[in-house]
Design a binder for this molecule. Structure first.
Ligand code: WQD
Length: 337
């Protein structure tokens, strides 16, 4: 079965392409290469021995999307990763986010709603919960007023999908990721942040390899045991496997609703300082960091209640934070060698 992965040369998309191919799916990747490189195709192929079909495309071009589905009219399964995803940038340039993240989604759904039956997996984010009241966070925690245009595009995207699924043959699963980290054990693929990394783990590995002078820890005055903010860091390979499990659930019509939601995390929270200490342990290198003020828009704490993902979806994270940090470090050393 041929599956379309939009943004399939990106961090999570490329790892998902590998897991789909391992499960025997044929993979077609669309990517606009705005935040990835065609070299990632070689990495995927090196791992699985199968080169995905790749089409460079801007999903904001409605005609291109129509032509694509005309050519690949046997595609009914789509995993949609393609989106702009930098929280800070979205505040500076909201219309880039609303155009890229919403119009592309609409054009894809317009094609899928023509099909008798279609499977749509949407890359969403725990950011929709804002600062949740209760930990761990369950799927019925209230979706709160978005803290950024990026987060808002995820909320709006979920609503659009729900509305369309009600009146079409589209069956959808919304996957709300916590914090994706790490790299494939082969280090043929991994995270390739452009410019100065926004996220914690790539900033840590770039500091350790000497690309960055020092890690700034954004705030140690949070109401947490060591004062630094807590997140649920999930290995990207575990996350990728969850996408295959979700897709199979829809293909096998095991879903109990037209749209289902799952939180994807490990269920364990770690503070920034705990991550720093764990990195020093796995890398054997002391990390140069300093405590600075909080980052605008950051929440104190977020970690997943994994009950629904474990018991209903039938997926459970297996890799640890240390596994993720070790693979991220191995990847950083490889790409800088
Ligand atoms: C993690 C923790 C920072 C960098 C965001 C998006 C989310 C998803 C993942 C896209 C926080 C601290 C970070 C640094 C630091 N993105 N930190 N120094 O903000 O939890 O989530 O990225 O899908 O939707 O909201 O991830 O890695 O930026 O930060 O102290 O240089 O590390 O304050 O506590 P975040 P992050």
């Amino acid at each position: 079965m041929k599956i379309l992965i939009t943004g399939g040369l990106g961090f999570i998309g490329s790892h998902t392409a590998v897991e789909l191919q391992k499960e025997g799916f044929d993979v077609v990747i669309i990517d606009d290469l705005s935040n990835s490189s065609e070299k990632v195709l070689e990495g995927i192929t090196a791992i699985t021995g199968k080169k995905p079909i790749f089409e460079k495309m801007d999903l904001r071009d409605k005609k291109s999307v129509e032509d694509f589905f005309g050519k690949h009219n046997d595609i009914t399964g789509v995993i949609h990763f393609a989106a702009s995803k930098a929280v800070g940038e979205s505040v500076e340039n909201p219309l880039l986010y609303y155009e890229n993240n919403i119009s592309a989604l609409v054009y894809l759904l317009q094609q899928l709603q023509k099909k008798e039956k279609a499977q749509f997996i949407f890359s969403s984010s725990c950011t929709v919960y804002g600062q949740a009241e209760k930990m761990p966070i369950t799927e019925d925690a209230p979706v709160q007023q978005a803290m950024s245009p990026y987060g808002n595009t995820k909320q709006i995207g979920e609503e659009i999908i729900s509305d369309v699924a009600k009146v079409s043959g589209i069956n959808a699963i919304l996957l709300r990721y916590f914090n994706p980290v790490g790299a494939h054990e082969s280090v043929e693929i991994g995270e390739l942040p452009l410019g100065v990394p926004q996220n914690l783990i790539p900033f840590i590995t770039q500091t350790a390899i000497g690309l960055r002078e020092q890690l700034s820890v954004f705030g140690d005055d949070y109401p947490t045991p060591d004062g630094t903010a807590i997140r649920d860091y999930i290995h990207v390979v575990d996350l990728a496997k969850a996408h295959v499990t979700a897709l199979k659930r829809l293909i096998d019509s095991k879903n109990t609703d037209k749209v289902e939601v799952f939180n994807l995390g490990t269920g364990k929270g770690n503070s920034v300082l705990e991550v720093v200490k764990a990195f020093e342990k796995v890398s054997g290198k002391p990390l140069n960091y300093k405590i600075v003020g909080r980052r605008e828009g950051d929440i104190t704490e977020a970690y997943a209640d994994t009950t629904k993902a474990n018991d209903v979806l039938g997926w459970k994270a297996e890799l640890t934070l240390e596994d993720a940090l070790a693979s991220a470090w191995k990847w950083e050393q490889k790409i800088r060698s």
